[in-house]
Ligand binder design. Sequence first.
Ligand SMILES: Cc1cc2nc3c(=O)[nH]c(=O)nc-3n(C[C@H](O)[C@H](O)[C@H](O)COP(=O)(O)OP(=O)(O)OC[C@H]3O[C@@H](n4cnc5c(N)ncnc54)[C@H](O)[C@@H]3O)c2cc1C
Length: 108
Amino acid sequence: MTIEGTAIARITGEADVELRDGRSLGFAGLFTATRTTPASPIAEAAGCALVETPMGVQIRTTDSKETSVSGIFACGDVARAPHSVSLAVGDGAWAGAQLHRSLVWPEG
Ligand SMILES: Cc1cc2nc3c(=O)[nH]c(=O)nc-3n(C[C@H](O)[C@H](O)[C@H](O)COP(=O)(O)OP(=O)(O)OC[C@H]3O[C@@H](n4cnc5c(N)ncnc54)[C@H](O)[C@@H]3O)c2cc1C
C-alpha cells in the first residue's frame, strides 16, 4: 500500500485523480469520506455550540450527549464521528438514557 501525501486537485473520468503537483493516478474505483453539516438549523437556533471536525460541522456534546445548552441532547451523525448506522443507534440509546437520568437525577 502506498500513502500519497500530495493533495488531490480534482477527480476526473470515473476514478482518476489529478494531484496538486500535476501528477495523474488512475484507479479502478474510489472510496471517499464525505463531510456533513446539520440539515436543520434548529440546534444552532437554540444556542447549541457547533464544532468543526474532519467529518464536517457537528453539534458539540459532552460524554453524556448533552449539548452546550442544558437539557438539550444530540446524537447520531449530527453529533458524532465516524458515521455508521450501528454507532448512531447506540448513540441514540445512550443519549436517551442520559436524558432520562438528567430528569430523574438532575444533579447526578
Ligand atoms: C451514501 C451513504 C452510504 C452509507 N453507508 C453506510 C453503511 O454501509 N453502513 C453504515 O453503518 N452506515 C452507512 N452510512 C452512514 C449512515 O447512513 C449514518 O451514519 C446513519 O444513517 C446516521 O443516522 P442518524 O439517525 O444519525 O441520521 P440520519 O439517518 O441522517 O437521520 C436523520 C433524519 O432526520 C431527518 N430530518 C432532518 N432535518 C429534519 C427536520 N428539520 N425535521 C424533521 N426531520 C428532519 C432526515 O430526513 C433523516 O431522516 C452511509 C451514509 C451515506 C450517506
